[in-house]
Design a protein around this ligand. Sequence first.
Ligand SMILES: *[C@@H]1O[C@H](CO)[C@@H](O)[C@H](O)[C@H]1NC(C)=O
Ligand SMILES: [Cu+2]
Length: 188
Amino acid sequence: MISYSTLALLALTATALAAPTPTTPEDPSTTAAARANTHTIVAALGGSLTFSPDNVQAEIGDVVEWHFLAANHSVAQSDFANPCVPLDDYASSASPSGFFPGFEFVTTPGTQASNVFQITITDSSPIWYYCPQGKHCQAGMSGVINQRYGEGDATLAQYKRNSVGSVTVIPDEVVGEAIANPNPLGGF
Ligand SMILES: *[C@@H]1O[C@H](CO)[C@@H](O)[C@H](O)[C@H]1NC(C)=O
Ligand SMILES: [Cu+2]
């Protein structure tokens, strides 16, 4: 006889196999009550030099997952004051802190790279990021997670204006690891 928990697992598995959805249930074995969301961001949707969406609000515990379309993009963390430059170039700590999973390359327009990159949100501070390829950052290929909306707070619009006159720096080491795309044939 199939137990209730087996049925619940089967139901969850079916959900996980469905086409891309904006939210994914968290592993039921770790937290039964709380549910974390996965926020999907697509690099180069429709061939544009953008992240879509480029302004995401995420709760602590949520996952942000970047998918990469053609041709050759990545995501690197910066700070607000220094757009298009790795966070580590300005961080006071000697150990690397800003993420950069390396470049993701795919040739066929509209298809996804075989890897995605995920971070888990651990606090409410804004996270600024850019694509370190060529002049993509200057063209507006950048984004923010948890921008603040108080008077005088740093905005993504200002980051993008500042990036126009910036010079892109490719991080000199990989920080974080891309993982296999859970749904490489899912369309965007
Ligand atoms: C992707 O871009 C990076 C950075 O410009 C470059 O080093 C790498 O060779 C490119 N990959 C391919 C397959 O063209
Ligand atoms: Cu790019």
